[in-house]
Write a protein that binds this ligand. Structure first.
Ligand code: CTP
Length: 226
């Protein structure tokens, strides 16, 4: 194991999967995230020797051994756990697909069919990566899922959420980054420099992403621009 891949002195928080936002006791809104990427990152970080905590939305994946897995459902539950843990980690990798919106109101009774159009009022969820803020010694990595202008949009998120690294991938009617499919990713550093990798497995993605993070961790404290 070379130095870049020796994570034995690092604590890493990984998030994976979707959040789900209940509407009534039998329904929710969510997204197509399967959690594959986040679980592979958590698994690889563990293989590199890190102490890993995985905060996971509902997925159909058997949790890796020796990894502390905390299961959540909603964005607000994910936010609460992360805020509790963030001061005890060296790095957070947010690969979860957090729902940006939730229903304004949870109905205790199942909503009955009414034979006419109904609408669902939504309110914004907290932006977890933004809310964490920054601190010396914390490396923040996020993902950007884009249907167009991936590089431009990823750069905007990198800056707005004050990230050290962002990984972007594209979604279209013919290309899906969800599940076990091969995927194309771009890894962007905090200055906007991009390395693109086409049609690679998610195991390979996890290795590439963690190698970049290993460089940042081994450089020690990340100096931030003000
Ligand atoms: N994220 C977050 N909190 C949210 C939404 C997203 O922390 N409420 C994180 C995601 O886990 C991801 C990054 O922010 O690491 C970007 O998520 P993405 O869904 O691509 O972008 P949004 O910020 O939600 O913006 P938009 O949906 O407008 O593209």
């Amino acid at each position: 194991m070379n130095k870049k891949n020796d994570f034995s002195s690092f604590r890493i928080l990984v998030t994976a999967g979707p959040t789900i936002e209940p509407i009534d006791p039998v329904r929710f809104i969510s997204n197509f995230s399967t959690g594959t990427m986040g679980y592979k990152i958590a698994f690889q970080a563990k293989a590199y020797g890190a102490k890993v905590t995985l905060v996971s939305g509902p997925v159909n994946i058997i949790p890796p051994k020796n990894i502390d897995v905390i299961s959540i459902q909603t964005a607000r539950e994910m936010r609460d756990i992360i805020l509790k843990k963030i001061n005890d980690v060296d790095c957070i990798i947010m690969s979860s697909a957090v729902c940006d919106y939730r229903p304004v109101e949870f109905k205790n009774e199942k909503i009955k069919k009414k034979g006419k159009k109904i609408s669902l009022e939504l309110t914004e969820n907290p932006d977890i990566l933004e809310e964490i803020g920054t601190r010396d010694g914390l490396i923040k990595a996020g993902f950007a899922l884009e249907t167009s202008n991936a590089v431009k949009n990823a750069y905007k998120k990198l800056k707005e959420k004050k990230l050290d690294l962002i990984v972007y991938n594209m979604v279209s009617s013919s290309v899906t980054p969800f599940g076990e499919n091969l995927t194309t990713i771009g890894i962007m550093d905090k200055h906007g420099n991009v390395k693109e990798f086409k049609n690679i497995s998610k195991d390979k993605c996890a290795v590439l992403i963690l190698d970049e993070i290993g460089e940042l961790l081994s450089r020690g404290r990340v100096k931030r621009e003000v």
